[in-house]
Design a binder for this molecule. Structure first.
Ligand SMILES: *Cc1c(COP(=O)(O)O)cnc(C)c1O
Length: 490
């Protein structure tokens, strides 16, 4: 097998894609990457001829070569079923002169479904090869948690524990997680913000005592966060799909460059687009769109990443992030795969909360990436404008990407990352209507927006609350120990 994965911070250990998917993050804290990514070149004419699932198979088989084609096909068929409410999986909708790629047609109405329906299948197959079980630990700022719970629930030999920041997710996100069914799932509210929970999860993966316990039980501790390479790879597909749809609609011909605007938090989504670019997708620019936590806008403008700033709670909570973990992978490729450089940046981030990249590297990044940010008032203004002008309702995350897309050359695809129904109260507020209760607000929104309320959201008011635990950050370790004892014995 000619290809392998290595850590962004250390290239001594080479592992297969199955192993990388099972481990999630490397023992040294680095993220797994394929050094030879730019040597994989996909054929655009083939892409344009094929269906979504065929393209998923085409892309995955090149990135995950130690899976057989039969295994990948089995995974893709299990992931993309009628749990997506459209056969196109990620349809394109023209809004004004911007093409909006809707990534929210999966079971939890947010874009993370696209990857989190497929990752559990990739893991199940890899576990089968390794003769292991897995316990998934996931910190979520809101949407990942539910999408992971849905993707992993009742999958054989896998348990999942999800941590979300107590009282810092929307009422709907809360209900989605607290009502989660499944014999192998556990959900905790953690006192603190998302970064607190995520940092603790990262520490727990490196905790020697926990790892020893897990090993004794043949359980792998692993993540479903967007640092897992198995999360990134499925996201590459819809960048090519958007391209295909623009070709089909005669907006472009094969070979023409397009731009993408991506509402960004952890930098996973936009990085997947960059992977697509490295693999031959003609992209002029990626627009990294942020909210008031605009640490990435500042980084892409100045070359200094500085997380020392107040954490701001916004109406786009899935982008309320001060440490964009996947940026580490971009640093790896942009530094010419310099593991020591990445390790030193990440060490500085840990100890001082900031690092600065060389000017020449910033310039290289700026050739492909532009950026912008929108605060809450600006976000509401976009929602209102687009509703009044084009008759389309955007969710707050999508609205931020849309605003930043406006400054791009055309054609530009702006990624829509959540259904507006998930954020009905703020969306209604933006278009001048009032609703206090989020669950009721979905029905209110449906009075002015013709798209149906997604099934998984419509049923939320009637589902029983099954998960009520609120814990401190320092109680998370105990919760993992409990999960190891309870989730695998029924
Ligand atoms: C997760 C999420 C984002 C940010 O995506 P990243 O991959 O973390 O950059 C944006 N919008 C929504 C609705 C999300 O759930």
């Amino acid at each position: 097998m000619p290809t392998y994965y290595e850590s962004t911070r250390n290239n001594e250990r080479k592992i297969s894609s199955k192993q990388a998917i099972l481990e999630g993050i490397s023992k040294g804290g680095g993220l797994y990457v394929r050094p030879d990514l730019d040597q994989i070149q996909l054929d655009l004419n083939t892409i344009c001829r094929q269906s979504y699932k065929e393209n998923a198979l085409y892309i995955l088989s090149r990135l995950l070569p130690d899976y057989t084609e039969a295994e990948l096909k089995e995974c893709i068929d299990a992931a993309y079923t009628d749990n997506f409410d459209t056969p196109e999986i990620t349809p394109l909708r023209k809004v004004g002169d911007i093409y909006v790629c809707e990534l929210f047609h999966g079971p939890t109405s947010a874009f993370k479904d696209v990857a989190l329906t497929l990752l559990p299948q990739l893991m199940r197959v890899a576990l089968r090869s390794a003769g292991q079980k897995a316990l998934i630990l996931t910190a979520t700022s809101g949407d990942t948690g539910k999408a992971a719970l849905e993707g992993f629930r009742d999958v054989d030999d896998i348990g999942i524990v999800v941590y979300y920041p107590h009282q810092k997710v929307s009422q709907i996100q809360y209900r989605q997680m607290a009502t989660q069914r499944g014999s192998n799932v556990k959900v905790y509210a953690v006192k603190g913000n998302f970064d607190d929970a995520q940092s603790q999860v990262k520490r727990l993966f490196l905790d020697p005592e926990l790892n020893q316990k897990a090993q004794a039980e043949k359980i792998m501790l692993t993540s479903a966060n967007s640092i897992n390479i198995g999360r990134l790879v499925p996201q590459i597909v819809y960048y090519f799909e958007s391209y295909k749809q623009l070709v089909k609609q005669n907006v472009i011909t094969v070979g023409d460059p397009i731009s993408f605007s991506v509402p960004t938090g952890n930098f996973g989504d936009v990085l997947a687009g960059y992977y697509g670019y490295l693999m031959g997708l003609p992209v002029k620019k990626f627009y990294v769109a942020s909210n008031a936590n605009h640490v990435l806008t500042d980084f892409l403008t100045t070359g200094t990443y500085d997380r020392n700033r107040p954490f701001i709670q916004t109406i786009s909570p899935s982008m309320d992030i001060l440490i964009s973990s996947n940026l580490e992978r971009l640093l790896y490729y942009m530094s010419g795969k310099d593991n020591a450089f990445v390790a030193s940046c990440m060490e500085q981030l840990k100890t001082e909360g900031k690092y600065t990249i060389p000017q020449a590297m910033l310039e290289r990044i700026r050739e492909r990436f532009d950026c912008g940010y929108v605060d809450d008032e600006g976000t509401k203004a976009v929602i209102r404008e687009v509703y009044e002008k084009d008759g389309v309702v955007l969710d707050p995350h999508t609205a931020i990407g849309y605003r930043v897309a406006e400054k791009a050359d055309r054609p530009v695809v702006s990624l829509a990352t959540a259904s507006p129904y998930k954020f009905s109260v703020d969306v209604l507020d933006a278009i001048g209507k009032k609703a206090d209760d989020q669950l009721q607000a979905m029905n209110e929104l449906h009075k002015v927006w013709s798209d149906p309320v997604p099934k998984g959201l419509a049923e939320l008011p009637t589902l029983p609350i099954l998960h009520k635990d609120v814990i401190e950050v320092n109680e998370m370790k105990q919760s993992v120990e409990n999960a190891m004892e309870t989730l695998f014995h029924d």
